[in-house]
Design a binder for this molecule. Structure first.
Ligand SMILES: [Zn+2]
Length: 299
């Protein structure tokens, strides 16, 4: 294993850390460590570069437990250094079905992004390798994560993925929001929920707005007022009065509810924006799942 420092941490409140990659300035992915009196939780594990668990153990000697805001690889790929994880029950099947990279593939990706002086030191053994699945325990809306001196509430904000959640720490007045509500909220994936359901979930999330002053997400930090902007835009999309802006994105052409001036800035000066599938704005009666007993995982 090399001596490359993969992580850096910033204390955002007492015993609460924002963790980012230190080998590059091209990554905006982040995760969090919240230390309670009896135990600590790690919220998401980013892309699996480096060994996050070992890094967190330099910040606390409390027992560490892992929770995920949703199943996407840039929030879960570093899970495999932990003994178990907890995530919303509606994301668990997709989590098991996610593609997992080899340590060699991850090291190649890191080399492309790393500061030039580090490139030769990056090794595959620095990456969090998948060897076997760790147990995944379900979370439900309203669950309370017990840290000893306080609890952190799980709030279901499904939309981006069916099981996206926010974790609200009333003590520090922080909501950890993953990708559930930000300036580029993506609802165009197969696993995303209809805009109608997302709007209901934003209205649910909004009820907690007086419990936090800031939203620390998986890629950005936003004020709680962003939820109201999200409610407004989702309602416009359902009414058919949004901008329906077709723009190129990671996965081909995407439809945004609000037009950008220069991405991610909105033409009208507001901040929240979202993509959606125009065919999946409204809820439909669920199709029965067909179980064919084939192995779902890709490895
Ligand atoms: Zn995501």
């Amino acid at each position: 294993m090399s001596q490359v420092q993969y992580f850096k941490a910033k204390e955002i409140a007492e015993g609460s850390y924002l963790i980012q990659y230190a080998f590059t300035d091209k990554e905006n992915t982040c995760c969090y460590l919240v230390i309670g009196q009896d135990r600590a939780i790690v919220i998401d594990t980013m892309n699996g570069y480096g060994h996050l668990r070992a890094f967190c153990e330099t910040l606390t000697d409390k027992p560490l437990y892992l929770v995920n805001t949703h199943f996407h690889f840039d929030h879960c790929a570093g899970n495999f250094d932990f003994d178990a994880c907890w995530m919303h029950h509606r994301d668990i099947a997709d989590y098991y079905d996610s593609r997992i990279s080899t340590p060699e593939q991850m090291a190649e990706r890191v080399k492309k992004e790393a500061f030039p002086e580090l490139v030769d030191q990056i090794e595959a053994s620095d990456m969090t390798a998948f060897t076997h699945h760790i147990p995944v325990y379900p979370l439900y809306d309203g669950d309370l994560l017990d840290l000893g001196d306080r609890t952190i509430e799980v709030v279901w904000v499904g939309g981006h993925t069916a099981g996206s959640v926010a974790f609200i720490d009333k003590k520090t007045r922080i909501a950890y929001t993953g990708d559930c509500c930000n300036c580029n909220t993506l609802l165009g994936f197969g696993n995303s929920l209809p805009v109608e359901t997302y709007l209901k979930n934003l209205l649910h999330f909004h009820k907690f707005e007086d419990q936090f002053d800031i939203m620390y997400g998986g890629h950005e930090v936003q004020p709680p007022t962003l939820i109201e902007e999200g409610i407004e835009l989702a309602a416009r999309i359902l009414a058919g009065t949004d901008d329906k802006a077709e723009e190129p994105g990671f996965f081909g052409t995407q439809t945004y509810g609000a037009k950008h001036s220069t991405f991610p800035l909105r033409e009208d000066g507001k901040t929240f924006n979202m993509t959606y599938n125009p065919e999946r704005r409204f809820e439909k009666a669920p199709e029965p799942r067909v179980i064919n007993f084939q192995k779902r995982t890709r490895f």
